[in-house]
Write a protein that binds this ligand. Structure first.
Ligand SMILES: NC(=O)c1ccc[n+]([C@@H]2O[C@H](COP(=O)([O-])OP(=O)(O)OC[C@H]3O[C@@H](n4cnc5c(N)ncnc54)[C@H](O)[C@@H]3O)[C@@H](O)[C@H]2O)c1
Length: 247
């Protein structure tokens, strides 16, 4: 396994990609990386989903079973609940739920739990990307401190002066903007917004996603990327309300 990964490493072929959370967002994302020729390991806490996937079965209506079977058979996709296997991958993409709690506030316990599952297995030069929908600040304030408990550092630093800053691992945020089941605009056609905790992290994440989508839009920080998703959801919500009210 490569231990000296630089941002450009993620432009390479046959990367090992780990996806945590194999739901509506994580499963199609994993299959897209498999389709692009990478080796994908999906991680989920639900053993029933893991078993189904490894048998080549689907549990999401619009994801065809034959696609899963094809990549399981070619060994481009496998699922597991063994989080120690996170140490084997080049990039880890977090796609766990962020539901609203009883007070209508985002419940980030799944994201925090996931960061804690990654920490003991985090490797130097690994890229970690949060994709779950959340409020601006989550990647730097919640995920980063947990991962840095590993002893490795990923300094928060923005702007051109920090292009070459040293970092032990890469950390970024890239919101999932998929519209599940939309036949006209699939994952590959929807531009991917990407922001890093520092410039090398941003470059690493841009290199990775450029392999599976037609357009990547780099932004200056994780906070900007987090805000993009929030603005987009707010815009959609207001538009739907106006339509409902017949305005
Ligand atoms: N579904 C959508 O249309 C959509 C679109 C854009 C963004 N999002 C966002 O993406 C994120 C994921 O949403 P989703 O719809 O895929 O959720 P989902 O409920 O369909 O899937 C989440 C998966 O994560 C697994 N999981 C839960 N805790 C885990 C843990 N600690 N470790 C590993 N796996 C764990 C669950 O078993 C489940 O399989 C959310 O933040 C959501 O807001 C969803």
């Amino acid at each position: 396994m490569a231990t000296d990964r630089r941002p450009e490493y993620f432009k390479g072929s046959q990367l090992r990609v780990g996806i945590i959370g194999l739901g509506y967002v994580g499963l199609p994302l994993g299959l897209r990386f498999a389709e692009a020729g990478h080796r994908v390991t999906g991680f989920d806490t639900d053993p029933a989903k893991v078993e189904k996937l490894n048998r080549g079965q689907t549990y999401i209506q619009h994801i065809p079973q034959n696609k899963i079977q094809q990549f399981v058979q070619s060994k481009h996709f496998a699922a597991t609940s063994d989080f120690s296997r996170l140490a084997e991958v080049d990039a880890i993409l977090i796609c766990v739920p962020t539901p609203l709690d009883q007070r209508r506030e985002p419940d980030l316990s799944y994201v925090e739990q996931t960061a804690q599952s990654i920490r003991p297995h985090l490797q130097r030069g690994q890229l970690v990307v949060l994709e779950s929908t959340t409020y601006p600040g989550t990647t730097e304030e919640l995920v980063l401190p947990v991962l840095e408990e590993s002893g490795m550092k990923c300094p928060i630093a923005h702007g051109p002066d920090n292009e070459q800053i040293a970092t032990d691992f890469f950390l970024a945020f890239s919101p999932e903007r998929e519209d599940p089941g939309n036949k006209q605009y699939g994952l590959a056609q929807i531009p991917k917004v990407v922001g890093g905790v520092n410039p090398p992290s941003g470059r690493a994440a841009v290199s990775l996603y450029a392999q599976i989508v037609s357009r990547v839009v780099p932004v200056s920080s994780t906070r900007v990327a987090e805000m993009v998703k929030l603005l987009e959801n707010t815009f959609r919500f207001c538009t739907l309300l106006l339509l409902l009210w017949g305005i």
